[in-house]
Design a protein around this ligand. Structure first.
Ligand SMILES: Cc1cc2nc3c(=O)[nH]c(=O)nc-3n(C[C@H](O)[C@H](O)[C@H](O)COP(=O)(O)OP(=O)(O)OC[C@H]3O[C@@H](n4cnc5c(N)ncnc54)[C@H](O)[C@@H]3O)c2cc1C
Length: 588
């Protein structure tokens, strides 16, 4: 039952996702749909350039610094060669992959350093601060918000990039920090080093009858430290909790010394919870070397259910009723509600069985249904059955129509395979990207409409057509998240096309009162919008913490924290800048 979540895969290829041999090509039927809906052309083939053709600047790290780094971590763990630099030249967002596939290695670091202990991390940071070398912490490299690039050579109104302020940039790859420091079944806690990837965490916990219960779609590649650094949420986080809800403590190496935060008690009133400053700090304040998290009993019982609703609005209302009736603890562990467009696309691509379901809905008078997939996990069959039965009664009262549980099992079997599909689409000049937000129940429908319209309008220019679809991925007592996928044919300048859609979507999110990110984090892509969410005073506070912990500003420059007013890169739309200015005036 738990095989898939404990199954390791090889590290991703530099130009795409995971192990290419595990790719399952899109079916002929799927291609027909893409041709019909967005005008994709399967005969257009656009593979990535060979790695030798990726353009790299000569490494700027001079020999004495390289030698000093090698003294700290060992010569086998400092890499300035092409494959290592290219593999660390970005994360897995569409722009990161597009750049690399077309031979643009401008985001590559000057070298990759792979420390083997927290003490080595500390020494590397000391050396880098002394020599003005920037450091990009790197876990699984699955960032989809520009979180792990080394920074382009020149950007910003003063013509000096974050990179340009430093003599060089290294990536600090944490793959060797893989110790299971402690597992405490009595308190149901585990302390793990940062470099463990999702399946390795499960492999370590399963013999103790425990699980982390944290399975982002990137689970097979992402690391424990990356989860904590980005405040991630997994597919089952409605039940098990987001990472920020389960983390109890962390050790963080900063250029000013080590922070040891929390971990000694289940709760505390010893001042503000400083741990929250590093959870979501995206490598800008320190390097998380280990963390302590709540773990859960490994489930032995699992139940699946799927429901159709006549509309997305009716279905979101049903979910709100469900969470308010049963409380957060009574919710299904996985709760995934597709809007009408996503339901139609997913069921059409699922082949004959999916299309039968659409016909079944139509016969019942639902031309454009909304599909809800639910999974309950636990160790007590009676308790799991009870939660499912209660939910069933409520969803039925709210107008839902029950479908075979196999629909949810089919989702679960392919839960980690979606990212491979994007690689195939990019091979045929099809743009495919995701973004996400969250809001309160009272605002969910208008946010959904505003962002859908914004993405569609930005994509559907020059006669281009688009698929814009969305699902609720996480449910809370106060609201829910919205996760968008959009697909269209690439324009002549795909990066400009991506930027225009991203800007339109972020503008709509901010304008309609959503959070700029529910779980993907801020990175570079959302940085210009952070001030609209936390205000200039909030940005100043973050910067003050950074100045305290990282006075030389070497840690992940250009990520998370916006530039000071007046020097912000010109990427935030006017409406957002106006809001920031208004907030600053109000604070003054
Ligand atoms: C296909 C796909 C699916 C995804 N699905 C989800 C999802 O379901 N839920 C979700 O939340 N996210 C998802 N993501 C985003 C991403 O996987 C998460 O943000 C993840 O937590 C990043 O982990 P990582 O180890 O890959 O971190 P990286 O990408 O290596 O780094 C992310 C950020 O954290 C910093 N960082 C990494 N490790 C450390 C450390 N030890 N100390 C300090 N800073 C560090 C980096 O500098 C960077 O700023 C997905 C991404 C992809 C490509």
């Amino acid at each position: 039952m738990n095989e898939l979540i404990a199954q390791s895969i090889r590290r991703s290829v530099w130009h795409g996702w995971g192990d290419p041999s595990a790719r399952r090509p899109l079916s002929d039927q799927g291609w027909e749909e893409l041709v019909r809906q967005v005008g994709a052309d399967r005969t257009v083939v656009n593979p990535p350039v060979p790695i030798e053709e990726v353009q790299l600047q000569p490494s700027r790290l001079d020999s004495p610094v390289l030698a000093a780094l090698a003294d700290v971590v060992g010569p086998d763990h400092v890499h300035a060669d092409r494959p290592w630099r290219v593999e660390h030249a970005g994360g897995k967002s569409y722009p990161d992959l597009h750049r690399l596939r077309t031979g643009d290695g401008s985001q590559a670091p000057d070298a990759v350093v792979v420390p083997g202990s927290a003490a080595q991390v500390a020494e590397v940071l000391r050396l880098c601060a002394e020599h003005r070398v920037a450091v990009v912490p790197f876990g699984g490299g699955t960032s989809v918000v520009g979180g792990v690039g080394a920074g382009a050579e020149v950007s910003g109104p003063d013509g000096v990039s974050a990179r340009g302020r430093h003599r060089a940039v290294i990536t600090l790859d944490l793959r060797r920090l893989t110790r299971v420091v402690a597992v405490d079944p009595t308190s149901r806690l585990a302390t793990l080093e940062a470099g463990l990837r999702g399946p390795e965490i499960e492999q370590a916990l399963h013999p103790h009858g425990l699980t982390l219960g944290h399975y982002p779609q990137s689970h097979q590649e992402a690391t424990f430290g990356g989860y904590v650094a980005t405040r991630s949420a997994g597919q089952a986080s409605t039940g098990y909790g987001r990472v920020d809800e389960i983390v109890l403590g962390a050790r963080v190496v900063t250029p000013r010394g080590e922070l040891v935060l929390g971990g000694r008690a289940p709760a505390s009133a010893a001042g503000p919870r400083l741990l929250d400053l590093v959870v979501g700090s995206e490598g800008t304040l320190g390097v998380i070397t280990e963390a302590t998290v709540r773990v859960a009993p490994l489930p032995t019982v699992k139940r699946h259910a799927a429901w159709f609703f006549p509309t997305f609005d009716a279905a979101t209302e049903a979910l709100r009723t469900l969470v308010h009736s049963v409380g957060h603890g009574g919710m299904p562990d996985v709760c995934r509600l597709s809007d009408e467009d996503e339901t139609r696309v997913n069921l059409t691509l699922a082949g004959a069985a999916g299309r039968r379901l659409l016909r079944y809905a139509a016969l019942r008078g639902t031309a454009a249904p909304s599909l809800l997939v639910l999974v309950w996990e636990g160790t007590d069959g009676g308790e799991v059955r009870h939660r499912r039965a209660v939910a069933g009664r409520i969803l039925s009262r709210c107008g839902g129509r029950r479908l075979p549980g196999e629909v949810a099992r089919a989702w679960e079997r392919t839960r980690f395979s979606g990212p491979y599909l994007r690689d195939e689409l990019m091979d045929h000049r099809v743009l495919a990207e995701t973004l996400e937000t969250a809001t309160t129940w009272d605002n969910l429908r208008s946010l959904h409409a505003a962002v859908t319209t914004a993405i569609r309008s930005a994509l559907e220019v020059e006669g281009r057509r688009a698929i814009v679809m969305c699902h609720v991925s996480h449910v809370y007592a106060a609201g829910a998240s919205l996760y968008y996928t959009f697909i269209s044919t690439e324009a002549a300048d795909p990066l400009a096309q991506w930027r225009s859609v991203k800007t339109a979507a972020c503008d709509a999110i901010v304008g309609a009162g959503g959070t700029i990110t529910h779980h993907h984090a801020v990175g570079t892509d959302h940085r210009a919008y952070l001030a609209a969410e936390i205000g200039p005073l909030g940005v100043g506070l973050l910067q003050a913490v950074k100045d305290q912990l990282d006075p030389a500003g070497i840690l992940n420059p250009g990520k998370l924290i916006p530039d000071p007013p007046g020097s912000a890169p010109d990427s935030a739309p006017d409406r957002v800048r106006d809001r920031v200015r208004d907030a600053a005036r109000a604070e003054a």
